[in-house]
Design a protein around this ligand. Structure first.
Ligand code: APR
Length: 237
């Protein structure tokens, strides 16, 4: 029976592909107001500004590629039963070959009608469709006649996939956390669902906020950190 590894990733795993993180010195939230581009209030206040923000990120996604960290995570599937739980809305895990991915915060290449569902129940997958790296504008309507909006979980909105992420972490034999500042909940609280006694690894070049004796901090960038992680778990097997 293959050991179960859950890999929780954040913006840092895509940084070496040229995708900005959010809270680093050159991060997205240094250049844009979160409340303007990543909240439902911001959407109702100025939807054109929000569409422009995600159109620009979607266009940039077409110009970047998965890096060695994304590929190393995908290659873990050769020996382990792997689930990737990502906060990232990019499709770099898919493009690197990972086959089981839970997108907690939505997906940049997807859109849905703005009124398709209420925030409590989340949305029905049928209403969501893929537009690749294209742009959407005001007036672009869904089959139900509603304005299309990015399929992104904005601050204050429900995180419909959190239950399946918790189930995955609870079943894990090894938890690996890569490139997240662990400041945004409920994702930042997922590690607490890990079974007692399992090893938890964090790859981040900066100091990490959580204090937990089980945690082994690999203080490096994702590409190099994944090499160290693979050697560590090999030596333990
Ligand atoms: N390799 C590994 N980690 C890195 C690298 C790298 N090359 N570069 C930066 N990091 C680390 C940073 O030190 C930081 O701890 O990645 C982390 C990025 O943190 P954030 O910018 O806060 O991104 P993230 O944790 O993914 O944000 C969570 O917040 O804004 C919302 O919805 C958005 O999903 C996002 C959520």
């Amino acid at each position: 029976m293959k050991k179960k590894i859950v890999v929780l990733t954040g913006a840092g795993v895509s940084a070496e592909s040229g995708v900005s993180t959010f809270r680093d010195s050159d991060g997205l939230w240094e250049q844009h107001k979160v409340e303007d581009v990543a909240s439902i209030e911001g959407w109702y206040r100025n939807p054109a500004l929000v569409l422009d923000f995600y159109n620009a990120r979607r266009a940039q996604l077409a110009t970047v590629k998965p890096n060695a960290a994304h590929r190393a995570i995908a290659e873990l599937e050769n020996e382990y039963d792997v689930i990737v739980v990502t906060q990232n809305v990019d499709n770099l895990h898919e493009r690197a070959g990972s086959t089981r991915i839970i997108h907690l915060h939505g997906e940049l290449t997807k859109v849905r009608p703005e009124n398709c569902c209420n925030d409590r129940d989340g949305f029905s997958e049928e209403a969501v469709f893929d537009i690749g790296h294209d742009s959407i504008s005001l007036g672009d309507l869904a089959p139900n006649g509603a304005q299309l909006r990015p399929h992104i979980v904005w601050f204050g909105e429900a995180v419909p996939k959190i239950e399946s992420a918790i189930d995955a972490v609870e079943a894990a034999d090894i938890l690996l956390i890569v490139g997240t500042s662990l400041q945004v909940y409920p994702a930042a609280g997922l590690y607490a669902y890990a079974k007692a006694g399992i090893p938890i690894y964090i790859i981040d070049p900066k100091d990490v906020s959580i204090r937990d004796g089980r945690i082994h901090h690999i203080k490096d960038v994702a590409t190099k950190g994944m090499e160290e992680f693979k050697n560590l778990i090999k030596s333990k097997n």
